[in-house]
Design a protein around this ligand. Structure first.
Ligand code: SAM
Length: 478
């Protein structure tokens, strides 16, 4: 492809993020030079490196950056320099005497209009590559097309492959995002070493309501399960979180480290390096749990204290967000406050396994961005064994929740730990509920609780583009 065309495409991709050609031009010039004209590095991930570099330059101009310029040069002595992007960590070796940059060609941009929207059934377009290996969704996708030269809008009718009660569609109305590669799971599955004990024998009489009948919510006294929720039912008869319970789950400054609790022997620190003594616990936010009724309970399966275990019931859709956050999730209907949306499903890993995966993926430069720690009660467990200190990783296998983006402080979803099958709190379900009324088509977000300045955390911080007035990422706040 001619350089002019490449430049045009880059401009076009940035225009979709609302970035003007004027802003793109100088940064693109620099990147082309730095990457020694290896355009694939710039084009990767829908020009994410370019977008990041532009945002970083803006931060520079606003005097917000404190960690040096967007691109560092490392002199390697022999005329070669190693270029490192602070954001992506990508590196490339190139010659010090770089020849001409974008030059006039780069300035004479050929507008790239893209291809018209194509909605063709999968398989009828001979040049299509079905890049959506949500195995085996290629067979089911109504449209999932991407050809070498063309950007085409993508639509998948049901990413769940029929595993959820409702269909969850995926749409790319911008024509800008690669189809995700993962296998849809509607429930957590142990990867290898994690110990999740689910057995009836472990459920003691006080851990279930075996004497109950019908619907626990209609009895005058809270059942034994509600006792484990703190002596109250978390749900209304309409299946929503009660306002009272919701308020208890979102104490002010809940994400603030001041409210964190600290383990004596933190499993995260133990996982880091077996050759060194573990470091000090950095703190975990202690959360309020819900205990749902389950199989050993005497109530009916339609008891009102069983919400999360029934799975997704709302009309959800995966879509491409603006502002470079990639895919996101929205509901196609209005959601009332306290509505259950979905749980976070993934492979159940020990933190050791997560640490290994992170190390391997860093070496292979593969992004590994979907783990959630099950640490809502670690601090109360005296001797939490490594195989019991768990997390959920939705990178390769997961459900719709793997697409929910982060928003600092004022996200519209709240994650609540829910015990269903086991009384042990080292394994639980992570369930998302709305913390306010959410309009149809509004993006659903949750606060990942990321500490953007903690470089050692297993969940790697990204440059936050949540747009919240309370954004905690100092580099990105605007
Ligand atoms: C759990 S995934 C969410 C789905 C993701 N957007 C996708 O396209 O697959 C987390 C990743 O999404 C992106 N992301 C989520 N929230 C973001 C935010 N507020 N700002 C920038 N990127 C965000 C980051 O790349 C992050 O590592």
């Amino acid at each position: 492809m001619a350089v002019r065309e490449k430049v045009g495409k880059a401009f076009h991709a940035m225009k979709r993020l609302g970035i003007s050609e004027e802003k793109v031009k100088p940064v693109l010039k620099r990147l082309v030079k730095l990457y020694n004209k290896e355009w694939e590095l710039i084009e990767e991930d829908n020009y994410r490196t370019l977008a990041d570099a532009i945002f970083e330059c803006e931060d520079d101009e606003n005097g917000e950056r404190k960690d040096g310029p967007p691109f560092k040069k490392q002199n390697r002595g022999n005329g070669e320099v190693k270029m490192l992007s602070n954001e992506t960590g990508k590196s490339i070796v190139c010659k010090e005497e770089l020849d001409h940059d974008l030059g006039d060609n780069g300035n004479q941009v050929v507008p790239w209009e893209g291809e018209p929207v194509v909605h063709s059934p999968q398989g009828t377009h001979s040049s299509n590559i079905c890049s959506g290996s949500f195995n085996p969704s290629c067979n089911e996708a109504t449209v999932a097309v991407k050809s070498e030269q063309k950007m085409v809008f993508s639509t998948v009718e049901d990413i769940t492959r029929g595993t959820e009660k409702v269909k969850i569609s995926l749409v790319d109305e911008i024509g800008n995002e690669k189809l995700p590669h993962f296998v849809y799971f509607n429930e957590n599955v142990t990867y290898e070493a994690a110990h999740v004990h689910i057995s009836l024998a472990r459920i003691a009489d006080e851990d279930c309501c075996s004497d109950c009948k019908g619907n626990c919510l209609s009895s005058h006294l809270p059942c034994a399960c509600a006792g484990l929720t703190g002596g109250e039912y978390a749900y209304t008869t309409e299946g929503l979180l009660t306002k009272h319970f919701l308020n208890k789950c979102i104490p002010k400054e809940s994400r603030d480290r001041k409210h964190a609790v600290y383990c004596k022997d933190c499993p995260l620190e133990r996982a880091k390096n077996s050759n060194l003594p573990p470091g000090k616990c950095k703190g975990h936010v202690l959360k309020k749990f819900i205990k749902e009724c389950w199989r050993k309970c005497g109530c009916d399966t339609n008891c009102g204290n069983r919400v999360v275990q029934r799975g997704v019931t709302r009309k959800l859709q995966v879509f491409v967000t603006s502002k470079g956050k990639g895919w996101g999730v929205r509901a196609l209907e209005e959601l009332p406050q306290g509505a259950f949306v979905c749980e976070y499903v993934g492979e159940i890993l020990t933190n050791m396994e997560l640490y290994d995966r992170n190390t391997q993926s860093a070496a292979g430069k593969k992004k590994h961005v979907y783990p959630v720690l099950l640490d809502a009660d670690w601090s109360t467990e005296e001797n939490l064994k490594d195989e019991e200190a768990l997390c959920l990783d939705a990178t390769n296998c997961g459900n719709v929740a793997r697409f929910i983006n982060h928003r600092c402080e004022d996200a519209n979803l709240i994650d609540i730990p829910v015990q269903v099958e086991t009384p042990d709190r080292h394994y639980y379900h992570v369930a998302f509920f709305t913390n306010r009324k959410v309009d149809a088509l509004e993006e659903l977000t949750w606060d990942y609780g990321i500490n953007f300045s903690d470089k050692g955390h297993p969940i790697k911080a990204f440059r936050c583009r949540c747009g919240s007035d309370f954004c905690r990422d100092k580099r990105r706040r605007r």
